[in-house]
Design a binder for this molecule. Structure first.
Ligand SMILES: Cc1cc2nc3c(=O)[nH]c(=O)nc-3n(C[C@H](O)[C@H](O)[C@H](O)COP(=O)(O)OP(=O)(O)OC[C@H]3O[C@@H](n4cnc5c(N)ncnc54)[C@H](O)[C@@H]3O)c2cc1C
Length: 309
């Protein structure tokens, strides 16, 4: 892992900066590259604009490690209302949530209660529900709760991270149950006993896992195959593999983050691929934004430019 990435990921975990980083004006200006705004309405404007270009959306309100029952409740209420508003607008925009934002650190069953309520509302609205993956210490509980949820609600999917050694096994289990998977490389600072330290190994594992997701077993179980990546070489390799085994482009999807690789998103749509963009919004964006900088330390240049307006 590069030194810059390690430093940026350490900054993302710093409690003081998490609380105060969003108040720094030039950092606020720089984040607008990745975030249309802090409100749900800002997200909606962006989702409508991308839908007009053939790119549907996934929405997520930024926040994690909520330590207060009332706050977890408020987050759940926000998503319930958001799902209703999306349905009223007839917009194909799917929610994606973090379990620690629903109070997982306080009480697992409380978080599951909120999750069930969201899944029920998503089902009533005819939409899918995505569950994000956080640090490796949360993988077991996230997968346990996802499996429980799937017993009641068919349209749920979870994010899995290709940098973790364990993911191959998790992927086989999850896809065999028909749970959708959004495969990503992984955004957190993980120790070398749980995650591949070398990027080239993560990339190779990603492609191997992608092939499992596109395999007959996962498809027979009905597991939705989503590739959350901006890596254009990897996207090409996945598309070549899918074509080679006779899959149509509509049988799998690519999801990217708002503001990243937009020309590639549009090109993929023109080529018949199914593409969505994940639009993040909200006031608690500091740790999330530091992870975006860590993915591409050259992005720090945008922050530097914002310092001068
Ligand atoms: C839809 C979606 C959902 C995600 N959900 C999760 C989650 O739940 N849990 C989790 O751990 N991670 C999540 N991630 C983040 C993910 O783990 C990676 O950190 C991130 O996608 C960067 O990896 P990459 O696959 O794009 O490949 P990389 O090899 O990092 O990047 C490939 C190329 O994409 C471009 N690029 C990548 N990132 C950036 C950036 N920040 N700014 C500008 N250009 C960039 C660059 O050109 C780079 O060369 C999600 C990512 C996406 C797209």
């Amino acid at each position: 892992m590069s030194v810059a990435r390690t430093i940026l990921l350490k900054i993302s975990d710093n409690q003081w900066l998490r609380a105060n980083g969003t108040k720094v004006p030039f950092v606020r200006r720089a984040v607008s590259k990745f975030m249309p705004g802090e409100s749900f309405d800002d997200m909606l404007i962006a989702a409508k604009a991308t839908a007009a270009e053939g790119v549907q959306a996934v929405f997520t309100r930024l926040g994690e490690n909520v330590k207060d029952l009332a706050e977890a409740e408020a987050v759940a209420t926000h998503y319930l209302e958001g799902i209703d508003r999306i349905k009223a607008l007839n917009l194909a925009c799917e929610p994606s949530i973090k379990l620690t934002q629903l109070g997982l650190d306080i009480d697992r069953e409380l978080a599951f209660g909120h999750l069930r309520a969201l899944a029920a509302r998503a089902q009533a609205a005819g939409t899918y529900l995505w569950i994000d993956m956080e640090q490796s210490s949360y993988v077991d509980v996230t997968l346990d709760l996802t499996r429980r949820l799937k017993q009641e609600f068919p349209a749920v999917g979870v994010c899995l991270q290709a940098y973790l050694f364990r993911t191959r096994q998790d992927l086989e289990d999850v896809t065999s149950r028909g749970i959708g998977v959004r495969l990503v490389k992984g955004a957190y600072n993980e120790p070398p006993d749980v995650a591949f330290p070398k990027k080239s190994d993560v990339d190779a594992n990603y492609l191997a896992l992608a092939q499992v997701m596109l395999g007959a077993g996962a498809r027979a179980a009905g597991a939705r195959a989503v590739f959350g990546t901006h890596d254009l070489d990897l996207i090409k390799a996945i598309r070549d593999h899918a074509q080679g085994i006779g899959l149509k482009p509509a049988e799998y999807e690519f999801h990217m983050l708002y503001g990243i690789q937009k020309p590639a998103q549009l090109r993929l749509v023109q080529e018949g691929a199914a593409v969505r963009v994940l639009i993040a919004y909200g006031e608690y964006w500091f740790p999330w934004y530091m992870r975006r900088l860590a993915e591409r330390p050259a992005n720090v240049w945008f922050v530097a430019k914002s310092l001068f307006g």
